[in-house]
Design a protein around this ligand. Structure first.
Ligand SMILES: [Zn+2]
Length: 82
């Protein structure tokens, strides 16, 4: 990831503070944000075209802030399906 990409992600996460108010897992008030970079399996589940990688900015509450990767990935994909 180059410096421009890092700056873009930092801006997107900063913007998320005003847009994302609910935990992606349970809907509680967020206490933090993250950027999900899916591995190839989850990238397909997110509907990304071949050769493209989607990233997702998400919010988490305090109790879900340390989820294992697969649990978090499944919650993000489920949230996007709804
Ligand atoms: Zn939660």
């Amino acid at each position: 990831m180059n410096d421009r990409d890092k700056d873009t992600l930092a801006r997107l996460v900063k913007d998320a503070h005003g847009r994302i108010h609910r935990c992606v897992v349970c809907g509680a008030t967020t206490t933090g944000f993250g950027v999900f970079f899916p591995d190839p399996e989850w990238n397909v589940a997110l509907g990304a075209p071949s050769g493209k990688t989607r990233h997702v900015i998400y919010g988490l509450c305090e109790s879900h802030s340390t989820l294992p990767y697969d649990v978090l990935a499944a919650a993000i994909v489920k949230a996007l399906e709804n």
